[in-house]
Ligand binder design. Structure first.
Ligand SMILES: [Fe+2]
Ligand SMILES: [Fe+2]
Length: 314
C-alpha cells in the first residue's frame, strides 16, 4: 500500500478491500458518539482573554532584541517548537481527510478538530509576539520554511492514523503543559494549560476510536499500533533545526524519551489493555509480544540519551 498512498481514501479503500478498511467503516457510529461526547465535555476558550496585550509594543518603533525576552531560552525554544509544529495544521487536516472515510461522522469530526486546533498556533504566536519572547523575523522565516517543507507521512492502512493521532495528541498535551510550566509567566502558563486541555480532549476521542476498533477486531489493529510505536516521530520533524531544538526541549524536561515512555506509551498500552488481548490470530499474537517489548527499548534509548547529554534521570 505505501506505493499508492498518495491516492485519496475512496480509491485506496477500493484497491485495498482489506479488513482494516472495513473495520474503520464499521466504527462510524462510535465516531459520531465520541464527537457528541467531545462537544458536551469541552468548553470553548478564547485566546484573546489570556494573551497579555498590555505588554505589546510596535516592532517598527522598537525593534526586537533578545534582551527584551522575559522567559528563559529553554522556555522560548519549547514554545517556538510547539508553535511551528502547530503551524503545519493544513497537512494534518489533509492526512485525516486522506486516511479517514469521507462520510459524515468522520468529516464532521475532522472539521471540528481542525477548527479547535487552529486556535493553538494563533494563541502561541500572539503570546510570543506580544511578550517579545521570540525574534519575530526568525519566527516568520521558520514558519515559511516549515510549511513549505510540509508534512506528508504515509500510513499502511486507516487504523494506523488513529494509533498515530492517539499517541500524538497525548504527546502534545504533555509537551504543551510542560512548556507552559517552565515559562514562569502566568499568562504563558494559562495559555499552554488551555491548549494542553484541548489536546487531552482530542486524545480522549482518538483513543476511544482505537478502543472501539480493538474491541471489534483486535488482530486487525495491532499492526498499526506496532508500526506507530516503532516509527513514532513528533510531527515537528519538518521544523528547521528540529534535532537541535528537540535536544534543548528534552534537556529542559519538556518532552524526552523518558517522558514519552512514562506519560505516553505506558498509559496507552495500559488503557488499551494490549497485554490482556485474547483470541488473536498467530500473527497478531506475535505483534502483541513485540508491542509489549517496545517500552523497554524506549527506556534503553532514554538512558543512553541521558548519559550522553549528562542528564540525571528524573
Ligand atoms: Fe494543537
Ligand atoms: Fe490536538
Amino acid at each position: 500500500m505505501p506505493l499508492f498512498s498518495s491516492l485519496p481514501y475512496r480509491i485506496l479503500s477500493k484497491m485495498a478491500q482489506n479488513e482494516q478498511y472495513e473495520l474503520v467503516e464499521t466504527i462510524e457510529p462510535v465516531v459520531a458518539r465520541l464527537t457528541k461526547e467531545h462537544l458536551e465535555r469541552r468548553t470553548h476558550w478564547y485566546f484573546h482573554d489570556i494573551v497579555p496585550w498590555e505588554r505589546g509594543e510596535s516592532f517598527r518603533d522598537k525593534p526586537w532584541d533578545v534582551s527584551q525576552a522575559t522567559i528563559s531560552e529553554d522556555a522560548r525554544t519549547s514554545l517556538v517548537l510547539n508553535l511551528l509544529t502547530e503551524d503545519n495544521l493544513p497537512y494534518y487536516h489533509l492526512l485525516i481527510e486522506k486516511y479517514m472515510p469521507r462520510t459524515s461522522a468522520f468529516t464532521a469530526w475532522n472539521h471540528l478538530w481542525t477548527a479547535e486546533e487552529g486556535q493553538h498556533a494563533i494563541a502561541i504566536r500572539s503570546y510570543l509576539l506580544t511578550s517579545r519572547n521570540c525574534d519575530p523575523d526568525e519566527l516568520e522565516d521558520d514558519r515559511m520554511a516549515t510549511v513549505i517543507r510540509g508534512y506528508e507521512p504515509t500510513y499502511d492502512d486507516p487504523t494506523e492514523i488513529f494509533a498515530y493521532t492517539s499517541l500524538q495528541e497525548l504527546a502534545t498535551r504533555v509537551s504543551h503543559r510542560n512548556a507552559g510550566k517552565i515559562t514562569d509567566d502566568p499568562a504563558a502558563f494559562e495559555l499552554m494549560k488551555n491548549i494542553a486541555a484541548d489536546e487531552n480532549h482530542h486524545f480522549i476521542f482518538y483513543k476511544g476510536v482505537m478502543a472501539a476498533m480493538l474491541a471489534e477486531n483486535p488482530s486487525a489493529v495491532l499492526s498499526g499500533i506496532y508500526r506507530m510505536l516503532t516509527k513514532f516521530q513528533m510531527p515537528g520533524v519538518a521544523v528547521p533545526g528540529f534535532m537541535r531544538r528537540s535536544i534543548s526541549v528534552a534537556k529542559a524536561g519538556v518532552y524526552n524519551l523518558r517522558i514519552h515512555h512514562d506519560r505516553v506509551v505506558m498509559p496507552l498500552l495500559r488503557d488499551w489493555q494490549i497485554a490482556d488481548l485474547t483470541g488473536l490470530t498467530n500473527r497478531a499474537a506475535e505483534l502483541q509480544d513485540k508491542i509489549m517489548s517496545i517500552p523497554a527499548d524506549i527506556m534503553e534509548k532514554a538512558e543512553r540519551f541521558e548519559k550522553r547529554v549528562g542528564l540525571a534521570p528524573a
